[in-house]
Each structure stands twice: as C-alpha cells, then as structure tokens.
Design a binder for this molecule. Sequence first.
Ligand SMILES: O=P(O)(O)O[C@@H]1C[C@H](O)[C@@H](CO)O1
Length: 311
Amino acid sequence: MAHQALPFAITLDILKRRLPAHLQEPKIGIVCGSGLSTLASALRDVVEVPYSELEGFGTSTVQGHKSSLAFGLLGPGNGIPVVAMLGRFHPYEGHKLSTVVYPIRVLARLGVRNLIITNAAGSLNPKLPVGTIVAIQDHVAIPNMAGPLNPLLGPSLGPEYPRFLPLSNAHSIKLRRLAFLAAHKLGLADDALAEGVYAWVSGPTYETPAEGRFLRAAGADVVGMSTIPEVLAAREEGLEVIVLSLVTNFVVIPDKYRSIKEEVKAELAGKPIEQPPQQVVSHQEVLNVGKQKADVMKDLVAKIIEMIPTD
Ligand SMILES: O=P(O)(O)O[C@@H]1C[C@H](O)[C@@H](CO)O1
C-alpha cells in the first residue's frame, strides 16, 4: 500500500462514531505483546473496537494476540484517556509493513503523544532471567539492516516528515526514567526491571544457537519478532516511545556443541556418553510466562501512565 492510499480519514471517522466524547482523544497509547492483552483490564469505561471494523487494519493471527483497540480511562480522578492495541501485526504473518505500523499512525492522529510498547522476548544475557522486564535502551534491527523490511521505505508521508530519521534518541529517556521511578513506587525488587538492548529479527523461526551467539556478540540482551517497526513509525510521527520487553525464555545457546562424532566413537567403544534432552523454545512457554507476569507488567504500565505529565 503506497502511503498516499492509507485510509486515515475513514478509520478516524469510524472511531469517532464508535467512541464517547471523553475517549475520543487518548493521549497515551499501549501496545500489548504476546500474552499481555490483559493490560487493558487496568482501564475503566472501556470501549473495545475490533480491528475487523477498522478500515486499514489487519487481523492478528498469533495466539495470545486479540484483535481490537481498547479505549478507556486510567488513573485517579477523572482519569487519563488511553488507547491499548490488544494484539499487533507481525511481518512474519504476511502483513505488509505499512499494515504493521498503520495502527501506530492512527494512534498518532487521535492525539497520542506517548507510546508504551510491550513484547515477549528471549533472553541472550544470563543476567536477565525469565520473568525480568527489560526497559529497552537501544535496538539492533537486523531486517532493517540486511533486507527491505524498514517500514519507512517508500515515498514520504508528507513534507513535515523527515526523510532521514535519526534513531540515536529512539527510546525516550524521559519515559525510561518514569519506568524506574514507577518500579520504585510499586516496591518492585531491583532486578524485576532491568535495562538492555533489543534485537529485532523477522521470525517466525526461533534462533539457532549460532544466531543467538551472533546477536549476543552484536550487543543485544533480548531478541524478539516485533516492536521495532512500531518504534520507527512512532518516532516518525513524533511520539515519545518506551519499549518494555518481558523475558519469557532463554535463547538456547549451549557453551559447546555436542560432538556426535565423539558420542558415536564412545558408543562403539562400549562407553556411551549420557546426554541431557535437547532444549527447544515454544510459543506456549512464551504465553505461559506472559500470563504469569501480566499483572506486574500491568501495574508497571499503569503507574508509568499515572506519572506522565499531562498538559
Ligand atoms: O508480539 P510479541 O513480540 O510480544 O510476540 C513474541 C514474538 C513472536 O510473535 C512470538 C514468539 O513466541 O512472541
């Protein structure tokens, strides 16, 4: 889809007709990662609009991703109007990159200025065990660097959009400071919220051990199959962005490979070598950890939102 053909006016008109006045101009957006759609349970006065009703939106086909926008209020008093994407689109599902980032551009047009993006990710760093939430400080986007998977490729959306977007400031310091202050206010343990670098891979395959080692050597702490296209579009739209990755598994990186040659030789010599079962990652494991940690992520996101200054 060429940028010029994006149906913003239609999508915005549908939303205007579906939403009560007090929810029409959310200032803060949330993207819910795999297994994290329950983040929306922190909202009051919720109105859910299925993606199927929204021109330009696709359908999320991944287990653990609902397909709707949830509008509601969060925080004390009258509350802050917020919109949550319950489910996202990944390029590996076959969605075009323009579709993957379309909801982010719609959120920007509704008035969202701060975006909290969550995801499930595999850990490459022994110091980031399963269950840790990682405030992303930087990213390595392999598909952007080595293939045509950059969502900003193509004609510019307009003269007000920078042709060459800087990314050295992609991950908001202001929002990351709020995240650590929020964790402190919630009394979370020091290691519950860490900092690290996210590697974006296209998926849908999980990493081979050699790929895991490669990403670690490239400076990444966690790896996932989403988020970075959303960050790029959000930055292009002028939003402040924070990414919170929930570590759901370790990427399998054994210290050394099993030598099948040695095993066969030992077997032939009548001294077979016992081997532990091979480890593999599964999406079910990812969803289970998402479920276990959804409440911590929800409390953290809600507290950050309460602390974002409103003008
Ligand atoms: O949408 P997110 O990044 O939270 O989902 C992760 C990446 C893949 O979509 C899936 C792999 O288990 O979980």
